[in-house]
Design a protein around this ligand. Structure first.
Ligand SMILES: Nc1ncnc2c1ncn2[C@@H]1O[C@H](COP(=O)(O)OP(=O)(O)OP(=O)(O)O)[C@@H](O)[C@H]1O
Ligand SMILES: [Mg+2]
Length: 484
């Protein structure tokens, strides 16, 4: 124990004092006895070794030399109270070591009296650096675990949304193919029957040629172009139906819409009737309409299967997302794939694209950028209640490619604008948003690609601007293939 006061000790108390001295000296807590004027009466070994002072230096210190200056205001009242004789059951503060390191401590203080006068305050303190560090670490781990869990859930939710959307999107063409192929079988049977009847009726060379010519015309005319005025269509159908009735063609009401749909009007029928015997007219027209139905079914099957292939290609392009490989891509392809994948949510949204298709390719990390487009578009769709306008623009800005996604939704209030990229910030009802969409986008853009992502907003106009360096160095040191 550092002796500071060499008072004369009563010999009768010496043994008892020795005992207490040994206890105090070997205690692991820092123990200090401080006089009311702030000087030290004694300190123990733990105190000296923790604060880095030699025993002889203590005589020149006052208590405020070992308390961090930031803590003076906090400790002053405690010291006053202790000097008044009030015990301090628990306190926390920060000591400073001889080499100016801060040490967080906790402890308690009691007072020693001589008569009714306080002669010293006794403080017992513990260094809580390690404990604080462990607590901080634990809190950080809990936070990390929570973020990890939430990101995982966000990914699963995104996957869920994606597959639900895709299932929906694939269902339409698949159902169309099914319907068309069912109708195809029936039309083939009926056309075979019509061919037999027609062959029996024998429309003659001129008749066959005229029928072939009509089919040819129909094939090259705008079949399926149903942009006609419905009133006009209805008038034409009536005229055709009347014509058919006048020429004793059965089922005129059934044939008329198909013929008008194929661009055949009563004038054209009149010309046909010049080359076909009247009694074969019904059979010939039946043959024509069944042929048309077959063409139409085949057309639906071709278009629907093309749509399915397109969707599958988009998924392939899109779902590359977690692959940690650097690749050189055309940003527009990613945006287009994402738009197809989000097709089910964009049904009532007007999307305008102003793409500079000749921009250089960029080197990116996996296809994670598609997640960026998805998250921004997802928010834009939400902000416009799925019925607004979203404009997507691309351009070059020096050594970066800029993609701007603007929506005409409700906008982001200025007080929220500063927080939107923070993890878990959401203004959506519980269950509707986790608040990780933009945090994920920010990480992908800035951490993985060295780019920037910023938002501007006013009611009716919100723009997210993503800038990706052309040579982002994402995942590789092999350089970019340059302008292609
Ligand atoms: N285009 C936008 N228009 C209006 N507000 C937006 C827009 N984009 C983002 N926000 C605001 O930013 C918040 C954070 O967006 P973020 O995508 O990070 O999370 P979220 O959409 O709420 O949830 P999550 O994307 O995880 O499902 C949103 O809750 C919304 O308030
Ligand atoms: Mg979102």
């Amino acid at each position: 124990m550092a002796e500071i006061d060499h008072r004369q000790i009563d010999p009768r108390l010496e043994e008892s004092e020795e005992r207490y001295r040994a206890v105090i000296e070997n205690a692991s807590d820092m123990i200090q006895s401080v006089r009311p004027d702030g000087t030290f009466e004694f300190v123990n070994k733990a105190w000296l070794s923790t604060l880095g002072y030699a025993p002889e230096e203590v005589a020149n210190l006052i208590v405020w030399d070992v308390i961090h200056p930031d803590e003076y205001d906090h400790c002053g009242p405690y010291f006053e109270r202790a000097v008044q004789g009030e015990p301090i059951g628990y306190m926390q503060t920060t000591f400073v070591t001889r080499d100016k390191r801060s040490i967080p401590v906790e402890g308690n203080v009691t007072s020693r009296f001589l008569g009714d006068k306080v002669v010293a305050t006794h403080g017992f303190f513990r260094d809580v650096t390690e404990r604080n560090r462990a607590q901080e670490l634990e809190a950080r781990n809990v936070q990390l675990e929570r973020e990890h869990q939430a990101r995982y859930l966000e990914k699963m939710a995104a996957l869920g949304k994606l597959s639900a959307g895709l299932a929906h999107e694939l269902n339409n063409p698949a159902a169309a193919i099914q319907r068309a192929s069912a109708g195809l079988g029936e039309s083939l049977t009926q056309r075979d029957a019509a061919v037999r009847l027609l062959a029996e009726a024998d429309p003659g060379d001129i008749g066959w040629r005229e029928l072939a010519a009509l089919l040819q015309e129909i094939d090259t005319s705008n079949r399926g172009d149903d942009a006609h005025d419905p009133l006009e269509t209805s008038n034409r159908e009536m005229a055709v139906e009347e014509w058919l009735d006048d020429h004793d063609v059965e089922d005129g009401w059934r044939l008329a819409p198909a013929l008008v749909g194929a661009g055949v009007d009563d004038a054209r029928l009149e010309r046909l009737s010049d080359c076909i015997p009247t009694q074969s007219l019904g059979t010939a027209l039946g043959w024509i309409t069944e042929t048309l139905a077959i063409h139409e079914a085949v057309d639906i099957i071709v278009r629907s299967s093309r749509r399915i292939s397109e969707l599958v290609a988009s998924v392939k392009g899109y779902s590359y997302m977690d692959r940690a490989t650097a690749q050189v891509v055309d940003i527009h392809e990613g945006v287009d794939s994402t738009l197809i994948i989000l097709g089910h949510r964009l049904r009532d949204v007007k999307v305008t694209k102003d793409f500079q298709r000749d921009l250089p390719m960029v080197q990116v990390f996996g296809n994670t950028l598609n997640q960026v487009w998805t998250n921004i578009l997802d928010n834009a769709i939400d902000a416009t209640d799925g019925t607004g306008t979203i404009s997507i623009r691309t351009r070059r800005d020096e050594d970066a490619i800029v993609v701007e996604i603007e929506d005409n939704g409700h906008g982001i209030p200025p007080e929220d604008l500063a927080c939107i990229f923070e993890p878990f910030f959401t203004t959506k009802p519980q269950g509707a948003g986790t608040g990780l969409g933009l945090d994920t986008a920010w990480r992908i853009v800035s951490e993985e690609h060295g780019g920037t992502i910023v938002a501007e907003s006013e009611p009716g106009r919100t723009t997210f601007r993503v800038s990706i360096p052309i040579e982002s160095g994402a995942g590789s040191s092999t350089g970019v293939e340059g302008d292609t």
